[in-house]
Design a protein around this ligand. Structure first.
Ligand SMILES: [Fe+2]
Ligand SMILES: [Fe+2]
Length: 222
């Protein structure tokens, strides 16, 4: 089974060189059974992931890690098997909308307010790309930045959001933030786990779950 392993054959040389740094990690993550199975069962996922990898290798690796984390969190929260699978797909696809944006914007150390707004549109693009295949998962994806200090795209959760969907959005947001904060970014170095824990307790209500997510993510670091 090829799963969702992307091919680098058609990538420009500079992308291949950059992505090779993470190739081992990418291969390991894409072989994680829930990820490989999600991709094998949904043929629309792999071409999107291939585009993400060719354009933003770091965002591709981040998405694989978020998919693994989101799956583990869903497992720990005892979501149904179907809902765990949705969390895997949501993790893989949550940032795929970045393929619609110009690459230069993600390599800058500082961003203007206008550029920040452009980056925020990745959620709308992710939502549209996923909605074409899976409306429920698209609803999970669209909420992945709504537990941040400055939430977007909506200022706050809709009051009529079903509780399961709300829970899935929160789990995806936790997986996304844990991985982002514990990873080096173009504009900052990775935070240490204690600082991540302190920060996330201001935004998520279950300290044990935060601690668990940090532990899973830390084990992925090499
Ligand atoms: Fe995102
Ligand atoms: Fe993300």
């Amino acid at each position: 089974m090829n799963g969702c392993r992307a091919t680098l054959e058609n990538s420009p040389p500079e992308v291949v060189q950059f992505a090779t740094v993470n190739l081992h990690e990418q291969q390991q993550l894409s072989s994680y059974p829930p990820i490989a199975e999600a991709c094998a069962a949904r043929p629309w996922i792999t071409p999107l992931l291939q585009q993400l990898q060719a354009t933003y290798p770091d965002a591709y690796t981040h998405s694989l890690r978020v998919a693994l984390l989101a799956t583990k969190l869903a497992e720990r929260e005892q979501l149904s098997a179907d809902d765990q699978r949705r969390m895997t797909v949501a993790g893989l696809m949550h940032d795929v909308g970045k393929i619609a944006l110009a690459p230069e914007i993600f390599s800058q150390e500082t961003l203007s307010p206008e550029q920040r707004l452009v980056i925020q549109t990745h959620i709308r693009h992710s939502y549209e790309l996923v909605k074409a295949h899976d409306e429920t998962t698209a609803q999970i994806v669209v909420g992945h930045h709504e537990s941040q200090r400055n939430p977007y795209p909506r200022a706050q959760q809709r009051a009529d959001t079903p509780s399961l969907l709300h829970k899935q959005q929160k789990l995806l947001a936790l997986a996304d933030q844990v991985d982002s904060l514990l990873s080096d970014q173009a504009y900052r170095e990775a935070w240490d786990p204690d600082s991540v824990f302190q920060y996330l307790t201001q935004h998520f209500t279950d300290p044990e779950l935060i601690d668990y997510a940090i532990g899973v993510r830390s084990e992925l670091s090499t």
